[in-house]
Ligand binder design. Structure first.
Ligand code: AMP
Length: 115
């Protein structure tokens, strides 16, 4: 599997606006934000999509959710934020390296996916 753009960011080959990092994942500001807060939580392991995740990834997937909460708290949006995981071209996935979108900072109308 060739390196995704996110793996290149994780390796430091491409710059990014990092807001969090630990042993298992990073969080960066989205380059094309859809809301005042739009952060991506990205595992260091390059899993293409959620549907590609395996039982052995269970702990990592839990860690990503916990990290989303930590990052939301860090950014002061833990009272109101939305998580989005795109899976596949049919829903507009563009980077085939699993990531969670944290979206917050303005009114997110009920039923709207990205605000
Ligand atoms: P998705 O449609 O779920 O695959 O989302 C991919 C996201 O990655 C989009 O919101 C892009 O704006 C974002 N993105 C792509 N390249 C970069 C980059 N170099 N730095 C930060 N965000 C990026």
């Amino acid at each position: 599997m060739s390196d995704s753009i996110f793996t290149k960011i994780i390796k430091g080959e491409i710059p990014a606006d990092k807001v969090y990092e630990d042993e298992h994942c990073i969080a960066i500001n989205d380059i094309n934000p859809q809301a005042p807060v739009h952060v991506l939580v990205i595992p260091k392991k390059q899993i293409p999509t959620l549907a590609d995740a395996q039982a052995e990834d269970q702990e990592l997937l839990g860690h990503l959710l916990l990290t989303a909460g930590t990052v939301a708290r860090q950014l002061g949006v833990d009272e109101a934020f939305r998580l989005i995981v795109n899976n596949g071209e049919g829903v507009g996935m563009t980077v085939y390296h699993l990531h969670l979108h944290i979206i917050a900072g303005r009114e997110l109308a009920e039923g709207k996916m990205v605000g």
